[in-house]
Design a protein around this ligand. Structure first.
Ligand code: ZN
Length: 310
């Protein structure tokens, strides 16, 4: 696809995706593409609206893409903002992308993108706790002023362990690992869906009968997970193979602490819909923004193709 300079979306990704960047990007996309709907799917602990960008008229089939459950993983927000911008651009010009007539595809399907679920966690990881109303509590949970490895939300709960999927089994593993309360990573919270970010996403998924597939982006590992505790949803193995072939990412099954309480686990176990965890890029979190072009180009075709697999 060739793009003239003024056709590009503003997501050229030269900076980490903090809340200001996220909201400016969502606004720019909404201004440029009147057919793109931008709503708030919920509110974070610190009262920030969590934007969701939706396009398409599908009443029965929809794909949801969710980025940045973890504070260090805002590069996934950049990937999803770039993707929704390019999808809108393709629709606007009536283009085919990877042979897919995107405008036609979106007459029967809807694409929902939540670029950053953990808006507070990403902001804390990028800017620290200096201006945060929960500063003292965050400092005591983190044990230092250095928040560069912060993954949780503003209450010290790891959002990707807060779903109701093996939650109480995970609690035992968590305690054995010495995790007894809010901290930078892997604490699952007091109860499933105790966190507003997770509770609002679960309500949305429960009551949106159109959503037939969920892709959750994390970093890092260049892997795709498609099962939970040995369970898979109908059509998920075939779709996982296609996503793996298009991206070159390896198919994996989750093990140990990573196999409980995540969004993919919950979608498979409770909703029985194909759901994938895509571990973007390779290296040490937080991946530098300079990795973004390579990550995006590897994943681009898989992201465009996912709706027709649903
Ligand atoms: Zn993650």
């Amino acid at each position: 696809m060739t793009e003239s300079k003024n056709e590009r979306t503003m997501i050229e990704c030269g900076a980490p995706v903090d809340y200001e960047n996220l909201m400016n990007s969502a606004q720019a996309l909404s201004d440029r593409y009147p057919f793109l709907s931008v709503t708030y799917m919920g509110t974070s602990i610190l009262g920030r609206g969590i934007p969701m960008l939706s396009i398409g008229e599908g009443r029965q089939k929809g794909v949801m893409y969710v980025g940045c459950h973890h504070g260090m993983e805002w590069i996934t927000s950049a990937v999803l903002l770039k993707f929704i911008g390019e999808l809108c651009e393709s629709v606007l010009h009536g283009r085919k992308t990877y042979g897919i007539n995107t405008a036609h595809m979106l007459r029967s399907r809807t694409v929902h993108v939540i670029p950053q679920l953990n808006v507070d966690g990403a902001n804390i990881q990028i800017h620290g706790a200096e201006d945060c109303i929960l500063r003292e509590r965050l400092l005591s949970m983190n044990g230092s002023e250095d928040f560069s490895h912060w993954q949780a939300n503003a209450r010290g709960v790891d959002l990707n362990h807060n779903y109701d999927a093996g939650f109480y089994e995970y609690k035992k593993i968590e305690a054995e690992a010495g995790i007894l309360g809010g901290c930078a990573t892997r604490f699952s919270g007091e109860s499933p869906e105790s966190e507003p970010e997770v509770a609002s996403l679960c309500s949305l998924l429960r009551f949106s009968s159109d959503i037939s597939m969920v892709l959750t982006l994390h970093s890092q590992g260049e892997e795709i997970y498609y099962s939970s505790g040995g369970m898979t949803a109908p059509k998920s193995v075939a779709a996982a193979r296609v996503l793996s072939r298009l991206s070159g990412y390896k198919l994996e099954e989750a093990e140990g602490m990573a196999s409980y309480g995540g969004l993919t686990d919950w979608c498979i176990r409770s909703l029985n819909i194909p759901s994938f965890t895509i571990e973007c890029g390779k290296g040490e979190n937080p991946l530098p923004i300079s990795d973004f072009p390579d990550i995006y180009s590897r994943l681009r075709e898989a992201l465009f193709t996912a709706p027709i697999l649903s």
